[in-house]
Design a protein around this ligand. Structure first.
Ligand code: SF4
Length: 322
């Protein structure tokens, strides 16, 4: 039985232009000690799915339907007080860009200690001891707890954020774009750190990124989202080495190998469609070089192509007649 299972999740935001269906019928699961890469361009619904798991959607967002099962509880149905015991102590998140959101006038040790004291009700001495252990765990000397954020490099600040996410011993960590904006060398170090922590602490991890080469290095399985829908899922070997959806192939082509030469990402022509009035049929059809009339009329189902490798594209299930 999976540790975390998201089933047919629908999430909408109320805007002046109408409801934005940011996550539209998305399902995925995460086993104990596994890591899942959730990929897609910005605006595809990855972060919204993560915030739904944490029940931290902005005020204009709501879970419309579906379930998020964690250890026998449907998180969508928990009361706020119950959810507060799940958040950080069972499931934590490293927010996108969070390393730049550290309070500049507070020592980092105090910032890491805060959630420990809040959620575990321990005194300063216990919290500070734990801060030292957490810093050492992420490769920072414990004496640096007395330093301020500006005394750390970007990579070191991201290590601090990882320490904060681990502060209350969660079982699941969601890392939202944890290496974006970091130098390629530092990216590799942070990914290695996440992988080591996953192994040593037995963590389950959801890694969110638009860069599939990052996931290929770190994850067991991948789920690709486009315009609020899941378009391809499977093991890293299936999805990265044998992609069956044109969007996945474009994403792989768009980003350089993380270990390879430093070249700028290629551009996927066209824009993500409006999620207030998404295109009929396959949502990717306005950008897809393989699209034909069926793609404009009928939405492709997510079909298992064998061994749990699923894709939502007519090319895999229908013979093209034009
Ligand atoms: Fe392209 Fe059609 Fe497949 Fe959609 S269903 S990805 S438009 S070929």
């Amino acid at each position: 039985m999976p540790l975390l299972e998201v089933k047919d999740l629908q999430v909408a935001f109320t805007t002046s232009e109408g409801d934005v269906h940011a996550v539209d019928g998305v399902s995925f699961s995460l086993g104990e000690g596994e890591s899942l890469g959730l990929a897609g361009e910005s605006g595809c619904g990855k972060t919204t799915a993560a915030l739904s798991i944490m029940r931290l959607l902005p005020k204009n967002g709501r879970i419309v339907s579906g379930s998020i099962n964690y250890q026998g509880y449907d998180l969508t149905k928990l009361r706020d007080a119950q959810m507060r015991t799940i958040r950080w102590q069972h499931i934590s998140i490293i927010f996108q860009g969070a390393m730049n959101a550290l309070n500049p006038v507070r020592r980092i040790g105090a910032q890491i200690a805060e959630p420990i004291k809040l959620h575990e009700g321990v005194d300063d001495e216990v919290a500070n001891k734990r801060v030292g252990e957490l810093l050492e765990l992420v490769g920072i000397h414990k004496d640096r707890a007395a330093d301020y954020p500006h005394e750390f490099s970007g990579g070191m600040r991201q290590r601090v954020m990882i320490a904060m996410a681990l502060a209350c011993n969660p079982k699941v960590v969601i890392a939202d774009e944890p290496v974006t904006a970091l130098d390629v060398m530092i990216q590799a170090q942070i990914l290695e750190l996440l992988e080591r922590l996953k192994r040593e602490l037995g963590l389950s991890m959801i890694l969110i990124s638009h860069d599939l080469s990052v996931m290929a290095e770190t994850c067991d399985s991948m789920a690709i989202m486009y315009a609020g829908k899941m378009v391809e899922t499977g093991s890293v070997r299936d999805v990265y080495k044998n992609a069956k959806h044109p969007y996945t192939k474009d994403l792989i082509a768009a980003f350089p190998d993380i270990k390879g030469a430093r070249v700028l990402p290629a551009y996927i022509p066209g824009d993500i469609p409006s999620l207030v009035h998404p295109p009929q049929g396959c949502r990717f059809h306005p950008r897809c070089k393989f699209a034909w009339s069926l793609c404009e009329q009928e939405e492709p189902a997510l079909v298992d192509l064998g061994g749990g490798h699923c894709a939502a594209c007519h090319l895999n299930t229908t013979e093209r007649r034009e």
